[in-house]
Design a protein around this ligand. Sequence first.
Ligand code: GAR
Length: 204
Amino acid sequence: MSKHVLGILCSGRGSNMQSILAAVESGEIKAKVGIVLTDKPEARALILARENGIKAVCINRKECTDQQEFEEKLVTELRAAGVTLVVLAGFMRILSPYFVGEYRHQILNIHPSLLPSFGGAHAHRDVLAYGTKVSGCTIHFVDEGMDHGPIILQDTVPVMDDDTEETLAARVLKKEHVLYPRAIQLYVDGKLEILDDRHVRIKQ
Ligand code: GAR
């Protein structure tokens, strides 16, 4: 068993978290999940994690005086759980340079578009408004920029003429559920080499 411990941060539904838990369970990801953290008490991910026997804690952003206090609480929980890789899975908050510095090159994010296009909170809406013919998802290391750090994996889906935000999101989500576990296992396996602030090489 690898020594890696995942800390998963979610804000809502938690379907990516579920796919990661399933991949840990099946042995595709050779690590353990130490903790699930949410910024919202109503996040479904909290219930799902607990149903799977995983410690899940809400750090309610609204009850923190500022972002620094919120992030210090996250770091305290992650450290106490022995987390070696922070996995943002539908975590809808921008992390400050303080947090990024605490876990430099140890934070992954998934975004539901082909970055650097269509970053931000409304990727599918923006894709449909622009009229691109393909979309997809991106797994990247987190740096100080929004949806910005060096890219690990991407996959594509077609955009159909009659797509709505919902139908496009569902098509992309299927790819997300395959891609994120794969990227996490590459990290756990020591196969991701960060060459510079933009480039990640996947060792064979
Ligand atoms: C996913 O599509 C994820 O890529 C996206 O939120 C959704 C969360 O779904 N993340 C972002 O947009 C981050 N900027 P989930 O809670 O079911 O995993």
